[in-house]
Design a binder for this molecule. Structure first.
Ligand SMILES: Nc1ncnc2c1ncn2[C@@H]1O[C@H](COP(=O)(O)OP(=O)(O)OP(=O)(O)O)[C@@H](O)[C@H]1O
Ligand SMILES: Nc1ncnc2c1ncn2[C@@H]1O[C@H](COP(=O)(O)OP(=O)(O)OP(=O)(O)O)[C@@H](O)[C@H]1O
Ligand SMILES: [Mg+2]
Ligand SMILES: [Mg+2]
Lengths: 255, 255
């Protein structure tokens, strides 16, 4: 049974792309067959996995547009065994506008994945843009789990209630299977009172699990994207690589 | 002559809201009459200036919707003399959808400001969301200048060309006055090779000015929003307050 996991948060810069690439890398390292899908027109996941945008002929923009190009035709292997990627390009922004008037506009990604992913992948990870628009909604409708990266900062914590409300609405109206797997504390710097206070706030929100794994502020996570590899490959003995391996274990155990 | 400045970048978490609030604070301190407009449904600027969302009856959502509520009715004074704010709420997200089919949808904010701001403010600063949708486009059409905060990180630099293309298109088709005032390096940590390299990349892009002021990584900028005050008030002698005072000087000199 393929697990489809969205990485979502409308707050910008909280570490969605970083979590997608590196959780993907850690799971692939354990032998899982992993597909990362880039649902962000910024295409950071695509570039962060070493693909040059000028080489991308077809992308998620084509899969979601009226042509409905099959996923098979766009998926590429990365340099890492077991880790594939469905790339995005800037064109995805205009596809989102096209989707506005399409029938069944919230289920286009789910329909593209239906049955197809089962045969080839154990895990599908979907990176989403910093909005609650149709691209993020398509990702949530296509998923059975969602991980919410949350920077240990004031604005990121404040924005959570609105995000959780949208996820609950999608669960009731469009996708009964959708569960929040957990909140992932990111950019954590234990030396500051602010980060410790915000982490405490996050844990006191109640209702949802906060992963015991925290992603600490580290320059290694800023450097890895320049190499086009997950941090588990780029800096395999680093604290960041260990953290994402711990996260992968938690994700596997939670099922 | 009122200067209207947008703070824009579709990359999330680069410090748009932080630059809006603290440049606003530094200019108000010098005696300029400043209005900060929140064009982001996340309403981080509104909350960061000490306004509780549950107190906001009318917001930018009403100004831009069919009711066209005048800006006068929503603007509030902050605790800091000379600094006012036009608040936002989550409803702004549905207003953006409404705008899609409105005639003259890109000029609604410009028309709301037209002539009104001249009488009351010296500077208007517009915070925008992490997308290149209609809310950001309205901000850019209403502005004569735009400041682009750029994290000294790989993805933020990669996304710049796309943003500058959109700004140039708006300049040609919708707003001939629009000029890029400068690129503002943010989250700079001089101890890391990555930040120094990315700053170098930023400066080598050519074409546009990079402010000599850099906003360094500092916990003070994460703490200030909890107090509802700009860092120039919250931590008046800090390096962050000095940096935004320097930025205010650069902005005044560039005109
Ligand atoms: N724990 C960390 N420590 C240091 N740098 C990090 C960390 N996590 C991510 N980064 C860097 O910070 C930047 C923001 O992270 P990232 O792009 O993954 O966030 P995002 O939520 O995907 O952003 P967006 O909202 O634009 O999609 C990136 O340049 C990334 O390399
Ligand atoms: N130089 C800095 N040093 C440390 N923290 C900072 C700095 N600048 C901003 N921050 C903090 O980092 C977070 C991201 O900044 P901010 O919210 O201003 O970015 P943004 O571009 O407005 O994000 P969004 O794309 O979601 O609108 C905030 O919590 C802010 O308090
Ligand atoms: Mg991202
Ligand atoms: Mg912001």
């Amino acid at each position: 049974m393929t697990k489809v996991i969205s990485i979502a948060n409308q707050k910008g810069g909280v570490g969605k792309t970083t979590a997608s690439i590196n959780l993907g890398g850690a799971l692939a390292e354990l032998g899982y067959r992993v597909l990362c899908i880039d649902m962000d027109p910024q295409a950071n996941l695509t570039v962060g996995l070493g693909i040059s945008l000028s080489d991308v002929r077809h992308s998620m923009a084509d899969v979601l547009s009226e042509n409905r190009v099959p996923l098979d035709e766009i998926v590429r292997q990365t340099e890492m065994p077991g880790l594939s990627v469905a790339p995005s390009t800037l064109e995805l922004a205009s596809t989102e506008v096209e989707l506005f008037t399409a029938i069944g506009r919230e289920m286009v990604l789910r329909d593209a994945l239906d049955g197809w992913a089962e045969r080839q992948y154990d895990v599908v990870i979907i990176d989403s843009p910093p909005t609650l628009g149709l691209l993020t909604i398509n990702a949530l409708v296509a998923s059975s789990r969602v991980i919410i990266p949350v920077q240990t900062q004031f604005y990121a914590i404040k924005g959570l209630t609105a995000l959780i409300k949208v996820i609950n609405t999608i669960k009731i109206k469009l996708n009964h299977d959708l569960e929040i797997l957990g909140l992932l504390a990111t950019f954590y710097d234990g030396r500051t009172v602010l980060a410790r206070e915000m982490l405490q706030n996050l844990r006191e929100l109640g209702d949802h699990r906060v992963f015991s794994t925290m992603i600490k502020q580290t320059v290694k996570l800023g450097e890895a994207p320049l190499t086009g590899k997950p941090v588990t490959e780029y800096a395999t003995h680093s604290a960041a690589a260990r953290a994402f391996r711990d996260l992968a274990q938690e994700v596997i155990e939670l099922g």
